[in-house]
Structures are given as structure tokens and as C-alpha cells.
Design a protein around this ligand. Structure first.
Ligand SMILES: [Zn+2]
Length: 292
């Protein structure tokens, strides 16, 4: 769904509520307080009244839209704008597009990102794994490449926040912020165990020693970046392209991303990447469902 389609399909609060109710209560309205299905049809204030517990409620109760004073159409537009922004969209930009203030836009975007968390499905197939370093305040010299800060060490010695990612070629990506102390083989192996189905999967990494005990879990190939970028199918180009996208987004749109919120931005970029082959409508509906 692009923003024109949203304007046409959901012109007002009522049409938005109709849509949310059809998704949340496809099999009939259920009271969120007592579970009763015995309630009056919607009243003029777009709420329901439960005949069992005598409470009134609207479709947004207990969801990520809960208690919002922002018209639902703006939420729908925000979802569309975030989904369609390949490199991410800043709170400032979102605020301009939605005609809300910047803090409101930021809070809306954070709620939407919350719906984009990984569902925990395991990766399979040929999987590339790598770590990168993001965050901190970019300097002027850092515009081109986040890793090329002069005066700040590159790669595994840097002060930035480490992020570990895995991507199944042709499939999904998973990435998360980790503590610097978690780049040891014990912790990386743990991460692999809860992210990858080892049966029938192979892992490709560089020669970082944190990956030295991966072959205990699944078949493991390494590429030596000192001598080559790829050895036939043995390469980590897919995860590196994802890092490039993530870093461009974070540098370009979010400027200073505090480590506290980094996970949410990563979730957003993973979610968009994982739905890259789906049509716009499916991606949009998936967010609405997750918000509810
Ligand atoms: Zn009730």
C-alpha cells in the first residue's frame, strides 16, 4: 500500500476502525476484558459495550495503537512510509509528511518498529554470518563509510556497537546488537544455535577466530579476506550488502542512534529486507496484524 491507496481506502477514522476490526475480530467481536462474545454492535463513538462485564472498549485496546490520540489514518500512512523507505526515514521527515510534531513521529515510528521484531523462525540453507560496528556520532570524515573514521580504529577494535548478522542466501536475514564481550566463540555458537537450523545448512564466515568452533554445530566454510573476497560460492557478499544498507540508513537518516534504540532500527531493516520479494499490500497487512 502506498500513501495514495491509503488515502482512498481509509479516508476517515471509521474506515480505519472497520479495517482493524476486520483483522482483529475476523470471527466476531470479543471483549478484551472478559472474553465474552456477547456485546452490542459499535456505538456512535466507535466503541463496543460488553454486556457481560459492562465495560466499553475499542479495537485498539491492548495493541500497539493503544491509547493513541493520533488519527488512525496517520498511523496507516506512517506504516506505509516506513515500509517503502528502503534506506529508512527520519523522525523529522515523518513529522513533515504526517503533519505531527517530531516527538510524536518518533514515538509512532518506535511503535511500528516494535511490530517488526523477528518472529524467531530459524534460518536454513547457505547462510553467511558476519559482524559489523555501527552507531556513535558520525564525523565529517565518516560520511562515506562508517568504518573509515580516521583516528578511530577499524573493525574489531572500534568503540562502536557490534552487531552480528546472519543471512540465508535468497532468504531471510537476522541481525542483533551484541555486547563486545559476546564476540567469543562460545557466545557466537549460542547465537547460531538459536538462529539457524543446522540440518541441511552450511555457514560461511570470514576467518575471525570467534567462528573457530562453529563446525561443532554445522558445516562451516571460511573466506580469507586478506587474500580474496570470494572463492566461488564461499563469500560473505550478501551479508555485507545488508550491512551497507543498514549503515547508510543509520548514517543518512538517523544521525545519532543511541545504542539503546539500535535494536529497533535493526529490526526495521531486517523486516523490510525479509519482505523484499513480497508485494506492498502483503507487507503492509503484515505490519497491521503485528500492531494488533
Ligand atoms: Zn466483557
Amino acid at each position: 500500500m502506498n500513501i495514495i491507496q491509503i488515502f482512498k481506502k481509509y479516508p476517515d477514522q471509521k474506515s480505519c476502525i472497520d479495517h482493524l476490526e476486520s483483522v482483529r475480530w475476523a470471527n466476531g467481536v470479543t471483549c478484551p476484558y472478559c472474553g465474552s462474545e456477547n456485546n452490542y454492535p459499535r456505538t456512535s463513538d466507535l466503541r463496543h459495550h460488553c454486556n457481560s462485564c459492562q465495560k466499553s472498549f475499542s479495537v485498539t485496546i491492548g495493541t500497539l495503537f493503544h491509547d493513541t490520540r493520533i488519527p488512525l489514518q496517520k498511523w496507516f500512512l506512517a506504516i506505509s512510509l516506513i515500509l517503502n523507505a528502503k534506506k529508512g526515514i527520519s523522525a523529522r521527515q515523518l513529522a513533515r509528511d504526517l503533519e505531527v510534531n517530531k516527538d510524536t513521529a518518533w514515538r509512532m515510528a518506535m511503535k511500528i518498529r516494535e511490530s517488526m521484531k523477528s518472529d524467531g523462525e530459524l534460518l536454513t540453507g547457505v547462510i553467511e554470518m558476519d559482524e559489523t560496528y555501527v552507531g556513535g556520532k558520525p564525523r565529517k570524515a565518516a560520511k562515506k563509510d562508517d568504518d573509515n573514521n580516521s583516528g578511530s580504529p577499524r573493525g574489531r577494535g572500534t568503540k562502536k556497537t557490534p552487531v552480528v548478522g546472519m543471512v540465508s542466501r535468497g532468504g531471510d536475514v537476522k541481525a542483533e546488537k551484541v555486547e563486545k564481550s559476546m564476540l567469543k566463540s562460545k557466545d557466537l555458537n549460542q547465537l547460531i544455535r538459536r538462529s539457524i537450523n543446522p540440518i541441511g545448512s552450511v555457514l560461511v564466515t570470514d576467518e575471525y577466530r570467534g567462528y573457530s568452533r562453529v563446525s561443532k554445530i554445522l558445516k562451516h566454510y571460511t573466506v580469507n579476506h586478506q587474500f580474496e573476497y570470494a572463492n566461488g560460492e564461499i563469500h560473505t557478499n550478501t551479508i555485507e550488502s545488508f550491512w551497507a544498507l543498514l549503515k547508510r540508513g543509520i548514517i543518512g537518516q538517523f544521525h545519532k542512534v543511541s545504542s539503546k534504540y539500535l535494536d529497533k532500527y535493526i529490526d526495521e531493516f531486517c523486516f523490510r529486507y525479509n519482505l523484499r520479494k513480497e508485494n506492498q499490500e502483503l507487507a503492509y497487512n503484515s505490519v497491521i496484524q503485528r500492531m494488533l
